[in-house]
Design a protein around this ligand. Structure first.
Ligand SMILES: [Zn+2]
Length: 101
């Protein structure tokens, strides 16, 4: 399981995601609102304050306020790139850039 935290979404976009495994739509509405999907494959947290998400990103679609649904792309911090470290432990928090395209 991977966990991502941070991003450059600003404070206006809602923090929503769809799990493509169970088709559940989840939303974190406030800072400590941890929400996982029905099948527990993905989660969102942090509301609009900080955008935290995790789980199996093969099944994760970010839902944008204009209705688009896109997979997450992210950049790992240089110091956590380690080919021997796969799969990445949940305790490894990576900082990433959320992109809308
Ligand atoms: Zn699910």
């Amino acid at each position: 399981m991977r966990e991502l935290k941070g991003g450059n979404m600003g404070n206006t976009e809602r923090n929503r995601a769809r799990c493509t495994k169970c088709n559940d739509v989840i939303e974190s509405k406030y800072r400590h609102d941890f929400v996982s999907c029905k099948c527990k494959t993905i989660f969102v947290d942090g509301g609009k304050c900080y955008w935290r998400a995790g789980g199996d990103f093969r099944f994760f679609l970010r839902i944008w306020d204009d209705g688009r649904e896109t997979p997450i792309s992210f950049e790992e911090k240089e110091e956590v790139k380690n080919p021997d470290a796969e799969p990445i432990d949940i305790n490894d928090i990576l900082f990433y850039n959320v992109r809308s395209n």
